[in-house]
Design a protein around this ligand. Sequence first.
Ligand code: SF4
Ligand code: SF4
Length: 160
Amino acid sequence: MEPFWKTKSLEEMTREEWESLCDGCGRCCLHKLRHEDTGELSFTNVACRLLDLDSCQCSDYARRQRRVPDCVSLTPVALADIDWLPPSCAYRRVRDGKGLAWWHPLVSGDPDTVHQAGVSVRGRAISERRAGALEDHIVEWPGKAPRAKRPGNKEGTSGC
Ligand code: SF4
Ligand code: SF4
């Protein structure tokens, strides 16, 4: 039987299915800068203060919007207007018809493959509590498709 992300649209997914689409990479919890004049977006390696930099999970997911008012809750409707999700993001990939990559826990069956593949922010992000000015932390990698490392040392981009 085909898995739900291949047979259902984002709008048709149950709440549980929708939540399980998140691969736990933490990339969307990095601060972005929007340039006033051009509207251009820059990524930084500075993480929201609630992001656990090791697990790459929100440390207070249930209360995140009370504690971080600009934390965006992803929904199928919101997804249509968001331009800052990284290209590796499962929601963006499914929206764009690319399916899920091999490192995705729903494909691999292992929540650790997103870290093993080097897709998550583990080891590459710093907390906003320590970072200082965001302008000093602009990086390109969150906005690029990762060169994910398969176990066994094979390299590849984001294939399914
Ligand atoms: S970028 Fe997408 S897949 Fe990664 S943590 Fe954020 S919502 Fe989940
Ligand atoms: S509040 Fe949680 S989910 Fe929202 S950006 Fe911060 S770490 Fe991510």
